[in-house]
Design a protein around this ligand. Structure first.
Ligand SMILES: *Cc1c(COP(=O)(O)O)cnc(C)c1O
Length: 363
């Protein structure tokens, strides 16, 4: 059986270092906002190239606290790609903002920059871009719209740790950028974790307060905050893994290359362009008979996933916000996309095997 993902296998190479890190934390006896979080925040800011990094409890919280820290008023419209994980939209709703969905580009599956300008209204305050599947968005035309209309830009980098656009790391473009370290992400913890990166010291200070009950001095509360802290144990594990993130990404890129070379033209593969350094959090293909293809692979002992089976605008929780709106491009992607195995634990042989079985799928 070729698994879609085996988190035990992807993590066991780090076991010795994880144990060492855990022992250090236990011996210090300090579990919330201590040395490990501080160290990881410095290391991750260095890695991305931003001045600040603030660890929080999850990717969703990183998005919510980004919106809050930028003081985007309730009722503001925020432009968000229609093709994203539901969390991006939930973040806007939790901040009482109005998510305005933007169709993706058919080829990149990311937000279509040519559709942005028309959707900007007098109520628009921000754009959240999502570098979906690990592929950076086309930032130049997006930045042009953001700057021209004086909007805030938030990047959802939950799938794009280490991805670069024209040589610049994703996370460097936004006024605030949100990362998730959910276990399956390219930089994954052994539990929930997230972070915000920013170059703006005021945004950083605000997030530091918001994550800790609105407090910068113990028992003094300046703003109505949350409890959303990255914990010491996870921060220690993340420091261990961050040292190998480039290696993880290179491994995934090498596996993606095998797919790109081997898969025949019946499958619509991710677009490749020298401006986009894709880290392949997900390697997706599109095929009109996606469900039959998935069944076929399973019969040949290959597990796959679908990211995502139901588009956000069709989710029960969200329908009410998008009634009467149509997103045919997003619908098309959701109904044809299939995610193939591509992880740190997979070998070139695994991927070659998946490609062979794919190519033998009867028309
Ligand atoms: C995983 C993910 C999130 C949410 O991250 P959590 O850590 O699970 O809260 C947000 N946006 C995108 C695009 C994601 O893939």
């Amino acid at each position: 059986m070729i698994e879609y993902e085996n988190l035990h296998a992807s993590n066991k190479v780090f076991l010795t270092d994880y144990v060492k890190s855990f022992e250090e934390t236990l011996n210090r006896g300090w579990f919330i906002l201590g040395k490990s979080v501080e160290r990881f925040e410095e290391e991750f800011a260095d890695y991305v190239g931003t001045r600040h990094c603030i660890g929080v409890a999850s990717g969703l919280d990183a998005l919510i606290l980004s919106i809050k820290a930028l003081h985007i008023p309730e009722g503001s419209e925020i432009l968000i790609p229609a093709n994203t994980y539901v969390a991006t939209i939930l973040a806007a709703l939790h901040c009482r903002c109005v998510p305005v969905l933007v169709e993706p580009d058919r080829d990149t599956c990311n937000i279509d920059p040519t559709r942005l300008e028309d959707l900007v209204s007098p109520h628009t305050r921000a754009v959240i871009v999502v570098h979906l599947y690990g592929k950076p968005c086309d930032m130049d035309p997006i930045m042009a719209v953001v700057n021209k209309n004086n909007l805030f830009l938030i990047e959802d980098c939950a799938q794009s740790h280490g991805a670069r656009y024209k040589g610049t790391m994703t996370g460097m473009f936004g006024h605030a950028s949100a990362f998730s370290f959910y276990p399956t992400k390219n930089l994954g913890a052994l539990g929930d974790a997230g972070a915000i990166v920013t170059n703006d010291p005021l945004v950083a200070e605000e997030v530091r307060k918001l994550r800790n009950y609105g407090s910068s001095k113990k028992y003094l509360n300046d703003v109505v905050g949350y409890n959303s802290r990255l914990d010491e144990v996870q921060a220690g594990f993340l420091s261990v893994k961050l040292k190998r993130l480039e290696e993880i990404n290179s491994h995934k890129r090498a596996l993606a290359n095998v797919y790109h070379k081997a898969l025949n033209a019946r499958f619509r593969k991710p677009v490749v362009h020298p401006d986009f350094r894709d880290v392949y959090h997900i390697f997706n293909v599109r095929h009109p008979r996606r469900d039959a293809l998935r069944e076929y692979l399973l019969r040949h002992d290959i597990k796959t996933e679908i990211h995502y089976p139901v588009p956000p605008h069709r989710q029960k929780a969200l329908e009410q916000y998008f009634r009467g709106k149509e997103f045919p491009v997003s619908d098309e992607i959701h109904s044809t996309t299939l995610s193939l195995p591509i992880s740190f634990a997979h070998s070139t042989e695994d991927i070659t095997r998946v490609a062979e079985v794919m190519n033998s799928f009867p028309e």
